[in-house]
Design a protein around this ligand. Structure first.
Ligand code: COA
Ligand code: AMP
Length: 638
């Protein structure tokens, strides 16, 4: 689907290549700056250079206030639709400005000032977005933690970000249960060496939390008091290079990486994408069916649609089961959504329950123009199915928490390029994407290798990791000098289309969620009966991949394997969280290793996935693989 002739992609990409400074300088005109930048880019600043040095600005002003000033006050800024509670609510830009100013004042009264961190642990409710914007308004740095993480993960983030205040809700709501957040938060704070001074708790009627004396305040009471006292925080000027937020993402160990996003470059990049990539006009309704705990939520539920003067949809529900596989089509019809952004796994879930899309019948989706997919590789079957059922272009695009926006996409706003199933299409301006071998040499078209991006990264990408320039260099810049390593493997074809086939590290993608198998191994290895273990991601028809843990028990362990395996499943759920979807631990006698002692995870994965595999030349004892295959067969795998 799509027309090549009319696309302005090639000329736009060429313009960027010819003069990146002029390109991003022009894009920056979409933003209201308090003080203009002294330069578009300073190659000497930061780890690899910084965008818009010398400029001052405020992200909340650009996302909210300026639209009110420009006459959009009565337009819906945010539509909340929560099938799990039955709640629906619309906030206009003027109402959003009021709510954000009041909460900003509450935070300031709690002592939060420019540069202070505020941790947000909340489900998909409007107050979570108000909280993020209130931080942006007063120059504080928010760090949102996804609700599906366990207390231990929350504690790790509290220790690293050192938040002065926590914004939390009493509970989240999953289709099958209410998840009490408050006890998890209390446990996390008790585990953490760093103690936030105050917590503001949004009490939800589905599950009220206890307020800890001296530390916790009721959100609504605090805001009502501030409102009655006529308090409203003005927008505080920050440097374009100051952090807007920290978002933790899985690294190769249990310690997550604190991805830093700045204010200025982030606004410029996201504004550019709304028009040119997504093809969205101010006033239109844009829906990213993700969660604010993920980067997609930060960029495309909160900041980009609001920066562009659109209406953003905040959905508290699932693609299926809330109440049925027609939920997405109902929301698109009811709220006049023009574009939906979701993960392929959500479509696979719908397809599984309603393969003929009967739940779409009778729905008026005539205003719906485009479906965007990201978060994991969009398998051709799912893309084709969605295109057939919806009759609109289905645009796969590839990005990472680190980049904050798409590295490769099919730019709807510039004019669609022909779709090649299995490819997120072409690099976006700002990204010089190359595929290299282990010696950092470019490989020919069609050859698999490591995907890298020539430095500098464009505006909006991470300038560093929170207070860890060294780890930033080591994780991303050292393997291929002069390039940012994406840790994704793939190839470029003869037309310059990018194909992203998988990770080169131990990160797995479970239902569009990024998880570290190394982190899971750390948890499993801490069990007293486990001698050693290996976690791999195995193919799953719904979630793409699910983790599977192979464990060798300590000699002399006499308890039944099944009991210990159950304990391990519980342990990962308790320490990392339900989002890890760790449901399978398999006891084996030995793990396959190379002669130098490296566990052959790749071969184990191939066996579990029914892929063709060859005996690794370096294997120490080939019979171990037969044992693994045998054990997997007894579990219906391999
Ligand atoms: N708070 C608490 N628990 C949560 C949670 C949250 N915010 N989000 C998910 N969980 C829990 C789920 O309840 C589930 O628990 P369970 O093991 O008790 O059933 C577990 O974490 C795994 O959740 P999930 O991976 O979401 O699986 P699911 O079976 O509940 O739903 C899909 C499957 C495909 C419908 C769902 O994964 C989905 O909608 N994915 C879209 C992913 C997405 O939007 N990614 C963002 C990138 S764009
Ligand atoms: P996250 O940082 O959680 O957004 O996860 C980023 C990772 O998800 C990438 O490094 C890829 O491995 C994978 N990913 C995201 N989008 C795509 C896509 N469109 N195609 C292939 N892989 C993707």
């Amino acid at each position: 689907m799509g027309e090549t002739a009319k696309s302005r992609y090639a000329e736009t990409y060429a313009q960027w290549r010819a003069d990146p400074i002029a390109f991003w300088g022009a894009a920056a005109k979409a933003i209201d700056w308090t003080t203009p930048a002294t330069a578009v880019f300073d190659a000497e600043a930061g780890v690899y250079g910084r965008w818009f040095p010398g400029a001052t600005c405020n992200t909340c002003y650009n996302a909210v206030d300026r639209h009110v000033a420009a006459g959009r006050g009565d337009q819906a800024a945010l539509i909340f639709d929560s099938p799990v509670t039955g709640a629906k609510r619309t906030l206009t830009y003027a109402e959003l400005q009021h709510e954000v100013s009041v909460l900003g004042a509450v935070l300031q009264d709690l002592g939060v000032a420019k540069g202070d961190r505020v941790l947000v642990y909340m489900p998909m409710v409007p107050e979570a977005i108000i909280g993020m914007l209130a931080c942006a308004r007063i120059g504080a740095i928010h760090s949102v933690v996804f609700g599906g993480f366990a207390a231990k993960e929350l504690a790790t983030r509290i220790e690293d970000a050192e938040p002065k205040v926590v914004l939390a809700a009493s509970c989240g709501i999953e289709p099958n249960r209410v998840v009490p957040y408050k006890p998890l938060l209390d446990l996390a704070i008790s585990m953490s060496a760093v103690k936030p001074e105050k917590c503001l708790l949004l009490q939800r009627p589905e599950g009220v939390g206890n307020l800890t004396e001296g530390r916790d305040l009721d959100w609504n009471e605090a805001c009502n008091d501030a409102r009655h006292a006529g308090k409203a925080a003005p927008c505080v000027d920050v440097a374009a290079t100051d952090p807007l937020y920290i978002l933790y993402t899985s690294g190769t160990t249990g310690k997550p990486k604190g991805v830093v996003r700045d204010n200025g470059g982030h606004m410029v990049a996201l504004s550019w994408t709304m028009e040119n990539l997504y093809g969205i006009k101010p006033g239109e309704v844009f829906w990213a069916a993700s969660d604010i705990g993920w980067v997609v939520g930060h960029s495309y539920i909160v900041y980009a649609p609001l920066l562009a003067g659109c209406t953003t949809l905040v959905y508290e529900g699932k693609p299926v089961g809330t109440p049925d596989p027609g939920a997405f089509w109902r929301v698109i019809e009811e709220h006049k959504v023009v574009a939906l952004f979701t993960a392929p796994t959500a479509l696979r879930a719908i397809k599984k329950e309603d393969p003929d899309c009967t739940f779409k019948q009778g729905r008026d989706m005539s205003h719906f123009r485009t479906l965007f997919l990201a978060g994991e590789r969009a398998d051709p079957d799912t893309v084709q199915w969605a295109e057939d059922q919806l009759g609109v272009p289905v645009v796969d695009h590839w990005w990472q928490t680190e980049t904050g926006w798409a590295i490769a996409a099919n730019p709807v706003g510039l004019g669609l390029l022909p779709v090649k199933l299995g490819s997120p299409t072409v690099p976006m301006p700002g990204f010089d994407v190359q595929v290299v071998d282990e010696a950092a040499k470019p490989v020919p078209a069609g050859t698999m290798g490591s995907i890298v991006v020539k430095l500098p990264l464009p505006p909006g990408c991470l300038p560093t990791l929170w207070q860890q320039d060294g780890r930033f260099r080591e994780s991303y810049l050292e393997a291929y000098p002069g390039f940012y390593s994406t840790s994704d493997a793939g190839f470029l074809d003869d037309d310059g289309y990018v194909f992203v086939m998988g990770r080169t590290d131990d990160i797995i993608n479970v239902a569009g969620h990024r998880l570290s198998t190394g982190g899971m191994e750390e948890v499993i290895a801490s069990h007293p009966d486990v001698a050693e273990c290996a976690v791999i991601g195995v193919k799953d028809a719904l979630k793409g991949e699910v983790p599977c843990g192979f464990v060798v028990l300590k000699a002399g362990e006499r308890r039944p394997h099944e009991v210990i395996e159950k304990e391990l499943v519980g342990l990962v759920r308790d320490r990392i969280g339900p989002v890890a979807a760790f449901k399978l631990a398999v006891t084996v006698n030995r793990l396959p290793k190379t002669r130098s002692g490296k566990i052959l995870r790749g071969t184990m994965k191939k066996i579990a996935d029914h892929d063709e595999w060859a005996m690794p030349a370096t294997i120490d004892d080939p019979t171990v693989l037969d044992e693994i295959e045998g054990v997997l067969k007894t579990r219906g795998m391999g």
